[in-house]
Structure formats: structure tokens, C-alpha cells
Design a protein around this ligand. Structure first.
Ligand code: AMP
Length: 507
């Protein structure tokens, strides 16, 4: 029986004592022990009726059992569907109805609310907590690990990941065995992973960054990981001595830099720090290098494609860019209307083709057709440009593009100028409905602690730096920008909050 993803991730490690996971309590699980746990999960899922192609939905706190459920689902030919742990019962109802899972594993405290919804969707509901309580644990803990292995091919689905849905309804991205495996192979090579590596895992595992980029790459290399349930900057710095790789989102690096304990010595055992899921400010990149001597490797990917580009492991890691396409992946910057490739240094729509690109949106042919070109390229929705040396820079999401008085304003260009002003910590630029301009450029700004900067100072500084149509029509100061768990600024929330800003004004 073949099972491309499971065979590659577990393979001949299934009986070894090589360490796989070191829990936050310091307990070590070998690959052999983990394989047995994943086997029990697969056996239990089969007893619950999961067959080839059936979905297994999981909304549970980060734990070894969730990883066992992931591998166990794949082992029995199922499709793993992890959900953001903060989704409410109302939101979960949409996912249950859309994915129609055979089994749904939820947090014990949510069971009462979710039971009627799960029943209506025809899913068997079991519960799992991160400290080993729940009906899933009771059911699974006593089963054997014998599995009627299911024959799978590379084009079979391994997972459906719902997009973060910052604009409109979340869509289920269908990821095949080949999508996930090819990307893990690329990253293992590109980032020089070996069985000697120890990954410090602090990301959520319902998202492709923490689940696929971090865990698949670690397992494929036969490496091990220190498994923290959440990111705690002080704790992480203490653990760096025993780790070799940290995968973070930009906010993690900002928080690490606030700790006096972050030093060259504290990071001397580390060989790689990566960043992704949201833009890493060049300032953070440079500050991290001054403090630790390490250059963060920034990469770029999406739920639908896994990783597309990466700064080089060897060679220049260019701050503010997301590097070059990974081997076997075509990344092109195209004219959004015509689909023609645009010239170097010209901004356009970032489009991707390769073995990493997903198989379409679950039960949504319309969206699938809308986001693929006839030649197979997937339109990521990101805007960017390649420089003369082939490094890609992301300018922002096309949905975030502001069109003011008929002219395009790329938020990142305005944000970069604002962020460079003394006294500004960070900013987010959005378009707000405006009677004259259609949309008015609006800057939401977080000040640094010294609090000296004023609206007038920002307007004055930008006057000499940006064309009039790109300058904000209005500025609001806030204590912090709304961010999701992956550190992405939720511009949709800002657009909602400030939608009436100009309704009584003319300028
Ligand atoms: P998700 O599907 O949640 O992984 O979000 C994917 C989106 O995150 C991309 O379409 C980009 O807009 C953004 N993103 C991911 N990595 C980066 C990066 N290194 N720099 C800027 N944006 C990024």
C-alpha cells in the first residue's frame, strides 16, 4: 500500500528511538512512539467510519495529539481539516456544513454548543484538550495501532485548509499529497535541514506555516522539535541554546527584540531564523542582525500554495524582499488584466504555477475558475515586483490597493514613508469611502512610546516625499493595529471601523 505523504514523513523512522518531539514539559517522544500514537489515531478514526476521502475536522488546542490526528487521518486516506481555535460556534457551523466531515474533534468546553451543529452536519463529535482530557482521548487511548492502510496517490487530497477570510467568506483550499510533499522536499533542501536539526516550534498548527512548513519539513528530515503551545519571548530565548531553527512571524521577532536577554550568545547554537506570513519590516530585519549577528531568512507563501519564494540560505538575504522562486516553482509578475508578464521593477499581480499549487477550492468551482489563468497559473491576489537580481518584493494585497481619484496608491509605499518618520512605530494605510475621491488614503498610526509625533508632523514629512494623491487625507492614532494569529494586520477591520470617517467631510 502506498501513501505518498505518510510514507515520506514517517517511512523507516516508524520504529526508531530517534527523538521527534520534546514537549513543553520536557518529555521526549521518539519517532517510534509518535508513529504508534498516529497509528492509534488512524485506527480510532477508521472505527468511527472514516474512509478514503472523508474529512476529519479538528478545532483543538495545540498538542501532540493534534499532530497524531493529522498523520493518522492521512494514514487512513482521509482529509485533515484543522480550524482556527478562536472560531466561534457560528463560524464553525459554516465550516461543518461546507466540509461535511465524518468526525469533528472539538475542545471539551465547546462541546455543548457544538453538538447540535455537528449532529445537523452529520459529523461525530469527540473532544480533546491539550492536557489529554476528552472523549477522543478516552476512545483513542485504548485502541491498538493496527490500521487498514489506504492506498493513496499523489493527487489524492491530504488536507483542506480554510483561508483566513480577511475579505469575504473563508474558502477551503484543497491540498494534495503531492502539493505538501513537494513543498517539504523543496524547503528541506533550500534550508539545509538534516536529522541533527532541532526546530523550536511556537506557531499555531491550524495554519500552513506551523503545520506544513514547520512540521512536514522537520519530519521529512527526521529532525526533532521543541513543541511550545504558544509564543512566549522570554521562554523562547531561554530555549534557543537547545535549538537550531526558529520559524516565526514578524511580530515574534519584534517581541524578541524587546527582550534584553536576546544576545549573540543566546543565539549562538542557532543556524536559521525564518520569517513569513506577513511582511517583516526592514528595520526589524536589521535590528535583529545588529543584536544577534543572524540574518533572518524571509520567505513567502499562501495557504493555497505553501511556500513559493525564499531568500537564499547561502547568499544575500535581502531585507524587505521575499527572495527568489523555490526550485520547480514558477513565479511571475503579470499585468492583472491581460495576464502578460510585466518588466523587471514593474508592479503587477504575483502568479504561481508548480507542484505546490493547490487543487482548487472545495466545492467552489466558480472561485477556482476565477483565480486560475487558462495556462494554470494561480493568481495569488498579491501585488509585487522582481528587481534586477530576481528578488521579489511584495507591495500588498490587490484587495488592499487604494484607488483615489482614479489613481492607484500602493499602501506599502505610503506605509514605508510613514514608518520612517521619527516617533512612528508602525502604520497601516487603507482606502476609506470618500465623496470626491471614491476612496481617500487614510493612515492608521501607532506611535512609539515617546509619543512626540503629531498629525501635522506626519503631513509635513510626507509632503516632500510622496505625490499629493498618495498622501493621507486623514490620520488616526491608535494604541495597536488589529492583527490575526499569524501577525497579519486585519485591514478589513480597520476599513469597517473607519468607513464613516469622511461621510460628513469634504476636502
Ligand atoms: P495565508 O494564506 O494565511 O498564509 O496568507 C497568505 C498571505 O500572507 C499572502 O498572500 C501574503 O499577502 C501574505 N504573506 C505571506 N508571507 C509574506 C511575506 N513574507 N511578506 C509579506 N506578505 C506575506
Amino acid at each position: 500500500m502506498t501513501n505518498p505523504l505518510y510514507d515520506a514523513l514517517i517511512g523507516d523512522k516508524s520504529t526508531t528511538n530517534a527523538p521527534f518531539l520534546i514537549s513543553q514539559e520536557g518529555e521526549v517522544f521518539s519517532y517510534g512512539q509518535f508513529t504508534a500514537r498516529a497509528g492509534q489515531a488512524a485506527h480510532a478514526l477508521q472505527q468511527l467510519g472514516v474512509r478514503h476521502g472523508d474529512r476529519v475536522m479538528v478545532q483543538a488546542e495545540k498538542s501532540l495529539d493534534v499532530i497524531a490526528l493529522y498523520l493518522g487521518t492521512i494514514r487512513c486516506g482521509g482529509v485533515f481539516v484543522p480550524l482556527n481555535t478562536t472560531y466561534t460556534a457560528k463560524e464553525v457551523e459554516y465550516f461543518l456544513t461546507d466540509a461535511e466531515p465524518t468526525v469533528f474533534i472539538a475542545k471539551p468546553e465547546n462541546a455543548k454548543n457544538l453538538e447540535p451543529i455537528a449532529n445537523a452536519a452529520g459529523a461525530k463529535l469527540l473532544t480533546l484538550s491539550d492536557d489529554g482530557r476528552g472523549t477522543w482521548f478516552d476512545f483513542c487511548g485504548n485502541t491498538c495501532s493496527a490500521v487498514f492502510a489506504s492506498e493513496c496517490t499523489g493527487s489524492d487530497l491530504a488536507a483542506i485548509l480554510y483561508t483566513s477570510g480577511t475579505t469575504g467568506l473563508s474558502k477551503g483550499a484543497m491540498l494534495t499529497h503531492d502539493n505538501l510533499l513537494s513543498n517539504a522536499q523543496s524547503l528541506m533542501q533550500a534550508w539545509h535541514f538534516t536529522s541533527d536539526d532541532v526546530m523550536l516550534h511556537t506557531l499555531p498548527i491550524y495554519h500552513s506555516h506551523g503545520l506544513f512548513v514547520a512540521i512536514n519539513t522537520t519530519m521529512l528530515a527526521g529532525a526533532s522539535m521543541i513543541f511550545n503551545h504558544k509564543f512566549d519571548a522570554k521562554k523562547v530565548i531561554g530555549q534557543l541554546k537547545g535549538a537550531t531553527v526558529l520559524m516565526g512571524v514578524p511580530t515574534h521577532y519584534v517581541r524578541l527584540l524587546k527582550q534584553p536577554e536576546l544576545t549573540k550568545q543566546a543565539t549562538s547554537n542557532m543556524r536559521l531564523f525564518t520569517s513569513g506570513s506577513a511582511p517583516l519590516l526592514a528595520q526589524t530585519h536589521n535590528d535583529f542582525t545588529s543584536v544577534t549577528g543572524h540574518k533572518i531568512l524571509e520567505r513567502y507563501g499562501l495557504t493555497e500554495t505553501n511556500m513559493n519564494t525564499s531568500n537564499p540560505y547561502e547568499g544575500e538575504r535581502r531585507a524587505g524582499t521575499v527572495g527568489k522562486p523555490l526550485p520547480a516553482i514558477s513565479v511571475e509578475v503579470r499585468n492583472p488584466e491581460t495576464g502578460e508578464k510585466v518588466a523587471t521593477n514593474q508592479t503587477g499581480s504575483i502568479e504561481v504555477n508548480g507542484p505546490n499549487v493547490f487543487a482548487g477550492y472545495w466545492r467552489n468551482m466558480e472561485k477556482t475558475y476565477a483565480e486560475f489563468r487558462a495556462d494554470g497559473f494561480f493568481m495569488t491576489g498579491d501585488l509585487g515586483f522582481f528587481d534586477d537580481d530576481g528578488y521579489l518584493t511584495i507591495i500588498g494585497r490587490s484587495k488592499d490597493l487604494v484607488i483615489s481619484g482614479g489613481l492607484n496608491v500602493y499602501p506599502k509605499e505610503v506605509e514605508s514613508e510613514i514608518d520612517g518618520i521619527t516617533g512612528v512605530l508602525e502604520s497601516a494605510v487603507i482606502g476609506v469611502p470618500h465623496e470626491d475621491f471614491g476612496e481617500a488614503v487614510t493612515a492608521i498610526i501607532v506611535k512609539k512610546d515617546d509619543n512626540i509625533v503629531t498629525k501635522q508632523m506626519i503631513f509635513d514629512c510626507l509632503n516632500s516625499k510622496l505625490a499629493k494623491f498618495k498622501q493621507p487625507k486623514e490620520i488616526a492614532f491608535v494604541d495597536q493595529l488589529p492583527r490575526n494569529a499569524m501577525g497579519k494586520v486585519q485591514k478589513n477591520l480597520l476599513r469597517d471601523e473607519y468607513c464613516d470617517l469622511f461621510s460628513n467631510k469634504r476636502s
